[in-house]
Design a protein. Structure first.
Length: 166
């Protein structure tokens, strides 16, 4: 399965919209938002990462196992699926829903970025297949996301920062 998302700010996320609590407050500070994302990630409701570049259209491939493609970098995380689906989203949608209680994930314009999965716990590997410091205009797939169902239902490695965000 391939997904395409436009991202102007350099953050992508997977979200279980059934459990993710989007609202922070109308006039949040950046540090509050980051803390909120970290907390929701550690609850198993989202996975968020920095792409290494801003203002681009990303091609994402959903896989059941790693391909033979070399990755520039990758990480592993866990997420829970509670409504048979996850949504791929980006920073602008996350900030809108953090500011306004009536705004939800997915946003209307990204509601087609749905990944159907059985309910349960998943190990997820995010593989970045390009170096953001080099010309990657010819890259066809920018990220691979690999889902493996797991019997373990807790986040055993809590995060304290957003992946690849310095």
């Amino acid at each position: 399965m391939n997904l395409k998302i436009i991202d102007n700010d350099g953050f992508l996320a997977l979200v279980d919209s059934n459990k993710y609590q989007p609202y922070v407050k109308e006039d949040w500070e950046f540090d509050q938002l980051i803390s909120h994302f970290i907390s929701q990630s550690n609850e198993g409701h989202m996975i968020i990462w920095k792409t290494g570049d801003e203002g681009d259209e990303w091609n994402i491939r959903i896989e059941n196992e790693k391909t033979a493609k070399n990755s520039f970098r990758e990480f592993e995380a866990r997420i829970n699926v509670t409504d048979g689906q996850l949504f791929l989203t980006e920073y602008a949608d996350l900030t809108m829903s953090a500011s306004y209680p009536s705004s939800k994930i997915p946003s209307k314009h990204n509601s087609d970025l749905k990944i159907h999965l059985d309910n349960g716990h998943y190990n997820v590997i995010i593989r970045q297949l390009f170096n953001p410091n080099l010309d990657y205009s010819e890259i066809k797939i920018h990220f691979e996301i690999i889902f493996t169902k797991s019997e373990i239902n807790k986040i055993d490695k809590p995060i304290d920062k957003i992946i690849w965000f310095n």
